[in-house]
Design a protein around this ligand. Structure first.
Ligand code: NAD
Length: 417
């Protein structure tokens, strides 16, 4: 390390993976008095971070630069630097493979990278989302088989991250943190660590409860989003405004939570985590049939949206020009991972449309550049309500707009889902 203050090992934290989860955790830990080594595989990202440029929207360049100049943060692509830390957290992606099954390769590789370098007495926590049993059955055996001979005792816990990127209210500090240690000593150390950072820490009786709770939270979202998207299609086919229905139902003071229709599901979590559950169920000889059906409905929604939009274009047009407005998976961020806009574009193209896109927060998407908003479209789809998009200009040129975000229904020429 070149400038990090590592003089007090008991307050040195190493975080594996400096993305949407790892970097905000680093900044929250620094606020709580920790020195943080941001271990990152991407050499480009290490240089970017060490020059004070933040790759995630929730952390400003200014905040990062202050942490660097206070000698409290340094990024590194050397996994052996974990030897300097008393606590190590793993925050690497847990995606799906080509068959849409859990792909733990990055998690396993990160574990293998650091295992030989963990100092005796280190607490290792996994914050990555995965199915119950990942800590106990995957991470712990790997570490134990690769740790150095001098490292006698290690402590293990699961503390799944719940951060919601772009959320102005809930962050690493004020979101209650679930913590499940593999044994009592691990639990005590993990609770002490998260109590130093978070306002509220919730102990679970073992890591599997914490891991399962995280999967439950995101599966709850998937099932409800799928349900409301199906319900939207039913209402729309009967000429009923689903938004009024949802608003009416939401006046019930208990037992109802409003979910809103949209193009589909996106991001690293909601399209992915429930499939960790369905895989885990099948591994145990069970079928999570409601979750599997919800996944199917969610994946069908972009096709429905494409067909609704094309129905708005003049029927004489052979290859309608369709402008997708907002391609990030949610407003306020430039994150296009698993964005339903991809399936929307594919469905439009498959139906003969010429498709272009705009998104003030996304400079490049799937190797394509945005057009300018004066692109002469036959129909526009507001897929994600990004700031700075001029819907009125599109309407002013006479193109109909399908608004999937329920923000522009008052404007003439706009149709809602
Ligand atoms: N993004 C979210 O909203 C969110 C919310 C809660 C939980 N999670 C979970 O947190 C985990 C991390 O997600 P993320 O969104 O931060 O991912 P991300 O892609 O934003 O960041 C992960 C980083 O880890 C790095 N990395 C991968 N392998 C590495 C290795 N061996 N050593 C060092 N660095 C490595 C990558 O280069 C990348 O920069 C996932 O399990 C995800 O499901 C994500």
């Amino acid at each position: 390390m070149n400038w990090l203050d590592t003089s007090n090992r008991s307050k040195v934290l190493a975080i594996i993976g400096q993305g949407y989860v790892g970097l905000p955790l680093a900044m929250a830990a620094i606020d709580a008095g920790w020195s943080v080594i941001g271990i990152e595989k991407s050499a480009f990202r290490v240089d970017q971070l060490n020059s004070g440029s933040s790759p995630v929207e929730d952390i400003s360049d200014d905040r990062l630069a202050r942490a660097i100049s206070a000698h409290k943060f340094e990024a590194s692509n050397n996994p052996s630097d974990v030897a300097l830390a008393s606590v190590v957290t793993i925050c690497v992606p847990t995606p799906l493979d080509a068959s849409r099954n859990p792909d733990l390769e990055l998690l396993e590789n990160a574990t293998k990278d650091i295992a030989p370098h963990l100092s005796d007495g280190t607490l290792l926590v996994s914050e990555s989302t995965s199915y119950p049993g990942t800590l106990r059955d995957v991470i712990v055996p790997l570490v134990n088989s690769l740790k150095s001979a001098e490292t006698e005792t290690l402590y293990f816990a699961s503390a799944p991250e719940r951060v919601n990127p772009g959320d102005p209210v809930w962050d690493q500090k004020n979101t209650p943190r679930l913590v499940g240690g593999i044994d009592e000593q691990s639990q005590n150390r993990a609770l002490a660590f998260y109590n130093s950072i978070c306002d509220s820490v919730v102990a679970t009786s073992n890591p599997e409860i914490a891991e399962a709770a995280k999967i439950l939270e995101n599966t709850f979202r998937l099932v409800n989003i799928a349900m409301i998207n199906e319900f939207t299609q039913l209402c729309s086919s009967q000429g009923i405004n689903v938004h009024e229905v949802i608003n009416a139902a939401a006046t019930k003071p208990y037992g109802f939570m409003p979910f809103r229709p949209g193009v589909g599901i996106g991001g690293h979590c909601i399209p992915v985590d429930p499939l960790y559950l369905t895989w885990w169920a099948r591994k145990g000889g069970q079928v999570a049939s409601l979750v599997e059906r919800s996944d199917e409905i969610a994946n069908q929604m972009p096709i429905y949206v494409a067909e609704r939009a094309l129905a708005l274009a003049k029927s004489a047009i052979v290859a309608p020009k369709v402008l997708i407005m907002g391609v990030a998976y949610k407003p306020g961020v430039g994150d296009v991972r698993e964005t339903p806009a991809s399936a929307l574009r594919a469905a439009l193209v498959a139906r003969g449309a010429e498709v272009a896109w705009v998104d003030p927060l996304v400079p490049l998407w799937e190797g394509t550049n945005p057009v300018t908003e004066d692109w002469a479209c036959d129909v526009a789809i507001v897929a994600t309500n990004q700031p700075g998009m001029d819907i009125k200009a599109i309407l002013g040129r006479g193109a109909p707009v399908l608004d999937c975000t329920n923000n522009y229904g008052e404007l003439s020429g706009v149709e809602l889902l």
